[in-house]
Each structure stands twice: as structure tokens, then as C-alpha cells.
Write a protein that binds this ligand. Structure first.
Ligand SMILES: Nc1ncnc2c1ncn2[C@@H]1O[C@H](COP(=O)(O)OP(=O)(O)O)[C@@H](O)[C@H]1O
Ligand SMILES: [Mg+2]
Length: 187
């Protein structure tokens, strides 16, 4: 199914858009990351190469974490610590659950991590029942994308906090970017 460019769902807890390259997907991730605080959970779905890692790179930037974000496929979790980045607002645990065995979710220690950080999990649908309050980001390559540079990004809310985040995200995306805030707006 094709999503028209920047089409917006009518439901307040679903927001859909499309991007035309990795930088645009990172910008969407950054906009979402800017809305997150410790305790928030973002679950990412989409096939290999859909752009989950690219999205998390932007999300980390939105948290003020400026280090390189690589795919954690072989390690399951990469932790990014705010103390390493002046101005960073919270820690980030970036997970790739592709190899997670059933029932091992409890072993990840995520509840403790959420006291001081955000969790972003690729193949995150595997965490959906364990983490019922979350934002679900679903990335896909649209049909007929000959160049392979377009992605659909569907942002869905689950739970109270998830809905608050998605509502703020949708409101932000619906209007032109505001003038830079005074902090950090120095010439
Ligand atoms: N619009 C787009 N958004 C994100 N990635 C894109 C886009 N167009 C092309 N790409 C490419 O698709 C690949 C996505 O890789 P990655 O983020 O590692 O996927 P995943 O983590 O979902 O397996 C990257 O090589 C990226 O350059
Ligand atoms: Mg990945």
C-alpha cells in the first residue's frame, strides 16, 4: 500500500509520513527523540534495511547523544550514556531483538534502565506485551520505489504516555518548524 507524501492519519494516536532518504528518516527520528525522557519506550518494526537503525541514529541525536549509533545486532544492546555528551538529556539503550529468544525479555534489565534512560528496540514488536506503554515506529519500503530511497514511517501510540508522545509529535510535524529556541540559538 502506498502512503501519499506526508499523509496524516485522522486518528490522534497514529501519525504517518514518508521520507525520501536516510537523512530525512534521521530527521524524523530526531524530532521524536526531542520529545522523549527517561522511562520512554520506542519499539521499531520493519524488515532488514527498512531504516530502523537509521531512525535510532536520529532519535539519539534528539536526546542530545552525539556519538555514533551503530547496529547492535550482534550484541543485542548498546548503551549510550548522557554523561559522555554535554547537554544530553538522558541515557539510551538501543536494542536489536532479532536474535532474542522467546522469554528472554525479562533478562534484559530494561525496567532498571528506564529509571535513567530511554529504550529504543529494533524488532521491538517482541517487547510489545512486556512494555505495553510505548511508541511503535513501523518503517517500510513503499511499493514501486524504484530508487529504493523512500520509506514510509508510521508512528503509533500504545498506552497513556505513548499517546502523549505521538500527539506532541503529530502536532510538531503538522506545523512548520518553530524559530530556534533561545537556548542554543546563538549566532
Ligand atoms: N528513506 C530512507 N530512510 C532510511 N534509510 C534509507 C532510506 N533510503 C535508503 N536508505 C538506506 O536503507 C538502509 C537502512 O539500513 P538500516 O537503518 O540499517 O536498516 P534496519 O536497521 O531496518 O535493518 C541504509 O543503507 C540507508 O542508507
Ligand atoms: Mg538495524
Amino acid at each position: 500500500m502506498r502512503h501519499p507524501h506526508a499523509a496524516r492519519a485522522h486518528l490522534s494516536d497514529v501519525h504517518s509520513l514518508s521520507t525520501d532518504g536516510p537523512l530525512a528518516t534521521q530527521a524524523v527520528g530526531e524530532a521524536l527523540g526531542a520529545l522523549l525522557t527517561a522511562g520512554d519506550v520506542v519499539l521499531l518494526s520493519g524488515g532488514l534495511g527498512a531504516g530502523k537503525t537509521v531512525f535510532v541514529q536520529g532519535l539519539a541525536r534528539g536526546l542530545g547523544l552525539l556519538g555514533a549509533v551503530k547496529s547492535p545486532t550482534f550484541t543485542l544492546v548498546h548503551e549510550h550514556h548522557a554523561r559522555a555528551w554535554p547537554g544530553a538529556r538522558t541515557d539510551l539503550a538501543h536494542l536489536d531483538l532479532y536474535r532474542l529468544e522467546d522469554g528472554r525479555v525479562a533478562d534484559l534489565g530494561l525496567d532498571e534502565f528506564l529509571d535513567h534512560g530511554v529504550v529504543a528496540a529494533e524488532w521491538g514488536e517482541r517487547l510489545a506485551s512486556a512494555m505495553p506503554d510505548h511508541v511503535h515506529v513501523i518503517l517500510a519500503v513503499p511499493d514501486g520505489d524504484a530508487l529504493g530511497t523512500r520509506r514510509t514511517v508510521r508512528v503509533e501510540a500504545r498506552g497513556k504516555r505513548g499517546r502523549a508522545i505521538v500527539a506532541a509529535f503529530a502536532a510538531r510535524s503538522a506545523s512548520p518548524p518553530p524559530p530556534a529556541p533561545s537556548a542554543g540559538a546563538a549566532a
